[in-house]
Design a protein. Structure first.
Length: 83
């Protein structure tokens, strides 16, 4: 991966994009700190497909059957000691 300073990446943006397509991710730095990555759109889409957003995850009705490992008393109301 090639590292580009922000100013250089701005001046040579077309080259940064071309290299992202041909060579892979291009890192952009500011004051020596990595702050961004330019990647191929196909790679971006692949990464997005692997991790659905949180609302979609909840709407797919995930398996919540872990009560076996963490049993809890489901009787309501529960007493609270306010000391």
């Amino acid at each position: 991966m090639t590292a580009w300073q922000v100013q250089e990446a701005k001046q040579r943006f077309s080259e940064v994009v071309r290299r992202a397509l041909d060579e892979g991710p291009q890192i952009v730095t500011r004051h020596g700190e990595e702050v961004a990555v330019v990647i191929d759109i196909a790679e971006y889409r692949r990464l997005r497909e692997d991790s659905p957003d949180f609302s979609r995850f909840l709407l797919t009705d995930p398996d919540w059957s872990d009560d076996v490992e963490f049993p809890r008393n489901r009787d309501l109301p529960r007493g609270v000691d306010l000391g």
